[in-house]
Design a protein around this ligand. Structure first.
Ligand code: FAD
Ligand code: NAI
Length: 468
C-alpha cells in the first residue's frame, strides 16, 4: 500500500491505544511505525498510570492486611511487620519495566518501527520528528492525555509537596497528612495507597458526592465505606489557593457555593481533578485539523478525523479516558485503515475503580435510565448474603442490576465488591449479547463464588432472590 510514502500507517503515541493499533495494523500487513516521545513504550498507562498505580494498590493492601491486625481473626498473628517503601517502589518499577519492555518485544516481533522523538505535523501525510521528516499514507493520533492543572496550586513533583498522580506514585516517604483535591478515580485509588501505608488522607471534592458519573447509590455507599476506612471526605468544597513553606503546604478551602474560608495543612497535596487531551505541540493546523471546545479531536464511526487519512483514538478523543477504550479503538481503527470494518460498542465500556472494595460499572446508571424516561426495575443483592464473601469475611458491597421493565433487557449493572472488576466482565459480555435479567438468573454460577451475587441480583429484578 505504501505508494511513495515511508509507511502505510504512522501512529503518534505508544499508549494502550497507539501500541495496540500499531501491532494490529502490522498484523494486517501494513508497513507501520509508531513515534513516541517518552524513553519507553506503553504511554501513561504502563509508565505512570494503570500499572504502577495497581502495583502500589496491591502492595499497600498486603501491607495493610499484615500490619493492621486484620489477619488475626483468621488465626494469623504477625509481629514486627515493617514497611520498606523503597523496596515497594522497586517492585513496582520492575513490573513497569517488564511490561514496557514487553511492548518493545512485540513491536520487533510484528515488525513495527519504533521512532523515538516528538512528532509534529508538517502536512496531513507527514510529521517532523527531530530533524527528520516521516511520511505516511495514513496517520493515527494516539497522543493521550495529561493532568489538568488547578490554577493557584502549582504542581512540582520533584519537591514531593504538591504533586500530580505521577508524583504521588513515587513519594519517598509516607506523608503524615495527604490532601487529595478531587474525589474521582485517581484521588480514591492513590489516596487508598497512602491511607493503607499510614497517612491521614483528606479528600476535597467540589461536587456534593464523590465519583461523578457513577450510579447514585454506588456513590453514596462507596463514600460510606471509604469514611469507615478512615478517609476524611469533604464534599461541596473548593480549594481557592495553596502556599508551600519548606516541606508543608497550606491550602485555603471554602464551601463550593461560597462562605467562610478555612485552611488545611498538608505534607503532600495530590491534585487529581481530571485529565486533558494532549494536542499541544502537534501542529494540528498543518494537517488541517482543529480541536473541539473540550480540546479533543472529533472522529467519525471509523475513527477518521475531518481530514481523510488522519485518524484519532484514545484519550485525545471524546469518551471515557480509559486504557481498554483506547485499546479497542486502536484495534478497530487499524482495521478500518486496512479496509476492514472495526467495531467498538461505546455504550458498553466498563469502568472500574481499584480501591478496596473495588467499584465497577457497566451500561446506564439509574439516574440516566430515569432521565431517559425508561420504565425500569432494579435488583440488588448484598454480599452479606453471599456465602463465599461471608466465608472470606469480605461482605462490603452489593450487586445492582437495572433492567427494562417491559423487555427485561439489562440496561446497567453496578457492583461494589473486592472482586467487582472481575465480576463486571460477565455482565458486560452478557449485555453485548442483549441479555435479559432472566438469562443471567437462569445461568448456572459456580458455588461458592462471589459471582453468585450477580445471579441473585438478576433474580432480585423479578423479586425472587433466594438468599435474602
Ligand atoms: P496515553 O497512554 O496517554 O499515551 C500517549 C502517548 O503518546 C504518551 O506516551 C505520550 O508520551 C505520547 N505522545 C504524546 N504526544 C506525542 C507526540 N507529539 N509525539 C510523540 N509521542 C507523543 N485506565 C484504565 O483503564 N485503568 C486503570 O487502572 C487506569 N489507571 C490510571 C491511573 C493513573 C494514575 C492515570 C494517570 C491514568 C489511569 N488510567 C487508567 C487511564 C489510562 O492511563 C489512559 O486512559 C490511557 O493510557 C490512554 O491511552 P492512550 O493510548 O490514549 O494515551
Ligand atoms: P476524575 O474525573 O475521575 O475525578 C476528578 C474529580 O475532581 C471529580 O470528582 C471532580 O468533580 C473533582 N474536581 C474537579 N475540579 C475540582 C476542584 N477544583 N476542586 C475539587 N474537586 C474538583 O479525574 P481523575 O481522578 O483526575 O482521573 C483522570 C482520568 O484518569 C479519569 O478520567 C479516569 O478515567 C482515568 N483513570 C482511570 C482509572 C481506572 O480506570 N481505574 C484510574 C485512574 C485514572
Amino acid at each position: 500500500m505504501t505508494d511513495n510514502f515511508d509507511y502505510d500507517l504512522l501512529v503518534i503515541g505508544s499508549g494502550p491505544g497507539g501500541y495496540v493499533a500499531a501491532i494490529r495494523a502490522a498484523q494486517l500487513g501494513l508497513k507501520t511505525a509508531c513515534v513516541e516521545s517518552r524513553e519507553t513504550l506503553g504511554g501513561t498507562c504502563l509508565n505512570v498510570g494503570c500499572i504502577p498505580s495497581k502495583a502500589m494498590l496491591h502492595a499497600s493492601e498486603i501491607y495493610h492486611e499484615a500490619h493492621s491486625g486484620a489477619l488475626e481473626k483468621f488465626g494469623i498473628k504477625l509481629t514486627g511487620t515493617k514497611l520498606d517503601l523503597k523496596q515497594m517502589h522497586a517492585e513496582k518499577s520492575k513490573a513497569v519495566e517488564e511490561l514496557t519492555g514487553g511492548i518493545a518485544f512485540l513491536f520487533k516481533k510484528n515488525k513495527v518501527d519504533w521512532i523515538k522523538g516528538h512528532a509534529a505535523f508538517e502536512s496531513a501525510n507527514s510529521v517532523k520528528v527531530g530533524k527528520k521528516t516521516v511520511t505516511a499514507k495514513n496517520i493515527m493520533i494516539a497522543t493521550g492525555s495529561s493532568v489538568t492543572p488547578l490554577p493557584g496550586v502549582d504542581i512540582d513533583n520533584s519537591k514531593h509537596v504538591i504533586v500530580d498522580s505521577t508524583g504521588a506514585l513515587d513519594l519517598p516517604k509516607v506523608p503524615g497528612h495527604m490532601v487529595v483535591i478531587g474525589g474521582g478515580v485517581i484521588g480514591l485509588e492513590l489516596g487508598s495507597v497512602w491511607l493503607r501505608l499510614g497517612a491521614k488522607v483528606t479528600v476535597v471534592e467540589y461536587l456534593d458526592k464523590i465519583l461523578p458519573g457513577m450510579d447514585g447509590d454506588i456513590r453514596k455507599d462507596a463514600a460510606r465505606i471509604f469514611k469507615k476506612q478512615g478517609f476524611d471526605i469533604k464534599t461541596s468544597t473548593k480549594v481557592t489557593g495553596a502556599s508551600v513553606k519548606g516541606k508543608k503546604a497550606t491550602l485555603t478551602i471554602e464551601p463550593a457555593k461560597g462562605g467562610d474560608a478555612e485552611t488545611l495543612e498538608a505534607d503532600v497535596v495530590l491534585v487529581a481533578i481530571g485529565r486533558k487531551p494532549n494536542t499541544e505541540g502537534l501542529a494540528l493546523d498543518k494537517a488541517g485539523l482543529s480541536t473541539n471546545d473540550r480540546g479533543q479531536i472529533e472522529v467519525g464511526h471509523d475513527f477518521q478525523t475531518s481530514v481523510p487519512g488522519v485518524y484519532a483514538i484514545g484519550d485525545v478523543t471524546p469518551g471515557p479516558m480509559l486504557a481498554h477504550k483506547a485499546e479497542d479503538e486502536g484495534i478497530a481503527a487499524a482495521e478500518f485503515v486496512a479496509g476492514q470494518q472495526g467495531i467498538v460498542n461505546h455504550d458498553l465500556i466498563p469502568g472500574v475503580v481499584y480501591t478496596h472494595p473495588e467499584i465497577a460499572s457497566i451500561g446506564k446508571t439509574e439516574e440516566e435510565v430515569k432521565e431517559a424516561g425508561i420504565k425500569y426495575k432494579v435488583g440488588k443483592f448484598p454480599f452479606m448474603g453471599n456465602s463465599r464473601a461471608k466465608t472470606n469475611r469480605d461482605t462490603d458491597g452489593y450487586v445492582k442490576v437495572i433492567a427494562d421493565a417491559e423487555s427485561d433487557r439489562v440496561l446497567g449493572a453496578h457492583i461494589i465488591s473486592s472482586l467487582a472488576g472481575t465480576l463486571i466482565a460477565q455482565v458486560t459480555q452478557a449485555m453485548e449479547f442483549g441479555t435479559t435479567s432472566e438469562d443471567i438468573a437462569y445461568t448456572c454460577h459456580a458455588h461458592p463464588t462471589h459471582s453468585e451475587a450477580v445471579k441473585e441480583a438478576a433474580m432480585a429484578v423479578q423479586g425472587k432472590p433466594i438468599h435474602i
